[in-house]
Design a protein around this ligand. Structure first.
Ligand SMILES: [Zn+2]
Length: 382
């Protein structure tokens, strides 16, 4: 999920917001201030309802953020890097750069999110109770009660045992511990996600025709999203299983041709492109230290009349966007780090010197070979 704008960092993790959050934010604030609050707590001004609706929606999103930050903090404690947290249409996503090493870590990382949502729900429930004792059943108590209910609901929905929900990760941890087979556990959780998706679509459509309107369609949309995400998780699990034990050095193209960052695009196209057999060109400094990566797509994107005045450095991925790997690293640890800038390529370095490059076609060849190896040995992923 791409962030449309950044909000800063919490616990060292960049927090981003995708524009799709605005859709759900407006929907929630509108439903609260135009319908739920005026119906349940009549007698206030429109202004009061709008303020209460907006405030409740903002606090709701802060709760979502706390849920994700909790996942991120526990992931970091278990040795997994967290790339970012992004809020979007269906809540929050923490981008973990790696997988839990054992079922226990998986259980802790997945379980903390719903636990935090539940605690937030209980917190607002208690405050609402105290406020109602002090002031009676007013708009403020209404907003607090809604926050209590929605956070408890969030906790319950998230522990449904179906990938990619937190409950799916919990299910995976349990099956993983019981069978010792991580791939099998992932597939079970993904199938459950597929099943839950079907159920949500069916219930959503049924509700829609019974007159629930947008609420029913929303449920069906979440079901649709679950099915897609569960399918992707199953594919990823099977790929991870095919690649288990494969090192970066096993699949990389060793000693790729390189260029200097000052070479112009024209010079490269005129003198080197024909002899060049790969689709990406690493840029190195003296000593072979990689400082950039140029894909041929980027070179092609430069108009012919500007090629003489554009250097390769100007069309290169920046140093911060390069994905570096070491030859002995497991390929499955590298996969989650691959970024879009280099079209999924990684540079392999030892002692800061370039020794190879891994491209998407190297990886898909390795997946095919891994799959064949499993078939021939009758083996299963462990
Ligand atoms: Zn979660």
């Amino acid at each position: 999920m791409r962030a449309s704008f950044r909000l800063g960092r919490i616990a060292g993790v960049p927090i981003g917001v995708n524009w799709s959050v605005l859709v759900i934010f407006v929907l929630i604030a509108w439903a609260l201030s135009a319908s739920l609050f005026p119906r349940s707590y009549p007698g206030h001004s429109t202004f009061a309802y709008v303020v209460a609706g907006l405030a409740a929606a903002v606090v709701f999103f802060l709760g979502l953020l706390a849920h994700e930050v909790a996942h991120a903090v526990i992931a970091k404690r278990n040795g997994i890097e967290v790339g970012s947290i992004t809020l979007w249409l269906f809540g929050g996503v923490s981008e973990l750069k790696g997988e839990a090493r054992d079922p226990g870590a998986e259980l802790r990382i997945a379980g903390i999110g719903p636990l935090v949502s539940l605690l937030i729900g209980i917190f607002f429930g208690v405050i609402a109770l105290l406020a109602s004792l002090a002031t009676g059943r007013g708009l403020l108590v209404g907003a607090l009660s809604w926050l209590a209910g929605i956070n408890v609901l969030l906790a319950i929905f998230n522990v449904l045992p179906a990938a990619p929900l937190d409950g799916g990760r919990l299910l995976r941890a349990v099956v993983w511990r019981a069978t010792g087979d991580r791939t099998k556990a992932s597939v079970v959780a993904a199938r459950a996600g597929w099943g839950l998706g079907i159920v949500l679509i069916a219930v959503g459509i049924w509700q829609f025709f019974r007159g629930a309107g947008v609420g029913g369609l929303w449920l069906a949309l979440i079901g649709w999203f679950l099915i897609g995400a569960a399918g992707a998780e199953e594919r990823q699990a099977r790929m991870g299983s095919a690649l288990r034990g494969v090192r970066v050095a096993d699949v990389m193209t060793p000693q790729p041709q390189t260029a200097s960052k000052d070479m112009t695009v024209a010079d490269f196209v005129d003198h080197h492109l024909f002899a060049y057999r790969h689709s990406a060109l690493p840029l190195t400094e003296d000593g072979g230290r990689p400082i950039g990566l140029v894909t041929l797509d980027r070179v092609r994107g430069i108009p012919a009349d500007q090629r003489g005045s554009t250097t390769l450095a100007e069309v290169s991925c920046r140093a911060g966007e390069l994905v570096l790997a070491s030859p002995d690293e497991q390929l499955t640890d590298l996969l989650p780090r691959l970024s879009e800038c280099a079209d999924g390529r990684a540079l392999v370095v030892t002692d800061q010197r370039l020794v190879g490059i891994v491209s998407p076609s190297d990886i898909s060849r390795a997946v095919q070979r891994g799959g064949m190896r499993q078939q021939m040995t009758g083996g299963r992923g462990s």
